[in-house]
Write a protein that binds this ligand. Sequence first.
Ligand SMILES: [Zn+2]
Length: 272
Amino acid sequence: MTASLFDTHAHLADPQLAFEADTVIERAAAAGVSEVLALGYDLSSSESTVDLARRHPGTVYAAVGLHPHEADTGWETALRRLGELAADPAVVAIGEVGLDFYRGWASEARQRALLTAQLRMALEVGKPVCVHSRGAESAILAPLREFAAAAARAGMATPGVMHCFGGTLEQALPFVELGFMISVAGPVTYPKNGQTRALAAGLPAGSLVIETDSPYLPPQGMRGKRNEPALIVETARTVAAARGISFEELARMTTDNARRLLFATVSGVSRP
Ligand SMILES: [Zn+2]
């Protein structure tokens, strides 16, 4: 059997990809990417992501959520519609959610309120969260700790994933201890980014997943271009080399982890 990869973070509803989403998904399959988690960042991208997942069952899965950059908009109404979407069987996770104090496009208080509201929603539907954290690693730990404890009490297999983790291995470990997976993206391939290669090398085998964050963050070979799920192969090769294991072994490990993250239910039976 050939190795199959799971891209755990792609914005297929982003205008840069949405106009040819079906072709993008075909190219991914041809490159050995068997599954893609597509994420919304606002209400309309969440709705189109669910449509896409419904049209590609078994290949594309949806996450719905409001990005922290949306926190200063009137999201209370959007959140009600999102709550309905969240219960859809095509939706396997809530995201992307989080805190971004680095760019600071929305006030910190509103970002925290939006995150709390979406963590509550994730608990209600019993689905893991895909977390964006930038410049907020210490601020986000407390709400995620509370969420992880509640998720464990509810019998959820994992609380979620820290997407495109930009910190050190040491900074990742508190999240690993809470049960979060750590996701590594294209920047691991950048020659100067020894820190992320050390992170990818040192994480426990059961806690590592990979992603593209398409259309952003292309790997080294495609820098400056649009990213898409097919390009995850370069990231996978780099992570395999960093861990000193074969590409096939890395593919099996990260794909198993992604499936456990997204499809394991209370009883341990696969959802979709
Ligand atoms: Zn993203």
